[in-house]
Design a protein around this ligand. Structure first.
Ligand code: URA
Length: 254
């Protein structure tokens, strides 16, 4: 018979690992009666708990899982790079997760500051590496609004691939959804209405500004870009920009 052995850890260590507080702060919170284990107040910082225990810090239930996975609907105006452009003081997407108090969270792959939509945020470095490694070819689908008239020729050009300075793009799937004029130009007093097209594009790579650069190759400038999916993970459209939800590991079997 196999007996499952749960690793027991000191409560102050658990609070600092999963509650976003230092060990010293944990001790103060424990003394103040702010910590409950399975519904009972615990004051002894040496008390041991396991991941099966229900730990509450100041009324907030802590998840004792080591790896956490979140689906974020990235809002425009937030950066996802750890190295922002010099002088750019825009907030980082990780700031949206402050209240979770989780150390080591990072976004899997990058989206431009003005790009919205699906962004996976985790503290699981191995999964992050797996999903972004170029050899793994995880498909990413974007919805793009572009300035200009997309034609059948563009579909073929995306399929064929484009030559860029540092790489040649792998075949990409372009699905044109709509081509039409937009009255915004008239409303804005710019004279004749501009033509805008919307399309879905699926790429298997993730080079810098790749989608925008591909559209420029067919003479269209991207004015809005939203990521809809990444592998099997599809953006939950009920999430408003800036909102996120926690995922289980099962949802991430790529
Ligand atoms: N391609 C782009 O050009 N920008 C993004 O944010 C993502 C893919």
């Amino acid at each position: 018979m196999e007996i499952a052995v749960r690793k027991m850890e000191r409560i102050d260590k658990i609070l600092s690992n999963y509650g976003g507080v230092s060990r010293a702060e944990a001790k103060v919170l424990l003394k103040a009666g702010k910590v409950k284990v399975n519904g009972e107040i615990v004051k002894d910082s040496g008390a041991k708990v396991s991941e099966d225990d229900n730990v509450e810090l100041d009324g907030r239930k802590l998840s004792l899982r080591k790896y956490r996975y979140f689906m974020l609907n990235k809002p425009a105006g937030y950066i996802s790079s750890t190295e922002p452009e010099p002088g750019d003081t825009s907030p980082n997407v990780i700031s949206l997760f402050k209240k979770e108090g989780i150390k080591g969270l990072f976004p899997v792959g990058r989206l431009d500051k003005d790009t919205t939509g699906l962004l996976l945020v985790t503290n699981d470095g191995e999964l992050g590496h797996k999903l972004t490694a170029p050899c793994n070819h995880v498909d990413k689908t974007y919805l793009a609004k572009v300035k200009g008239h997309l034609t059948e020729d563009a579909i073929q050009a995306f399929e064929k691939g484009f030559d860029f300075k540092e790489f040649t793009s792998a075949p990409a799937r372009l699905e044109i959804l709509n081509v039409g004029s937009n009255d915004e130009a008239i409303v804005n007093g710019l004279g004749t209405a501009a033509v805008f097209s919307t399309a879905k594009v699926t790429i298997s790579e993730g080079k810098f500004h790749q989608v925008k650069r591909m559209f420029l190759k067919v003479g269209c400038e991207v004015v809005e870009l939203k990521r809809l999916s990444m592998g099997k993970l599809v953006l939950d459209e009920s999430l408003k920009p800036g909102e996120y939800k926690e995922l289980t590991e099962n949802a991430l079997s790529f």
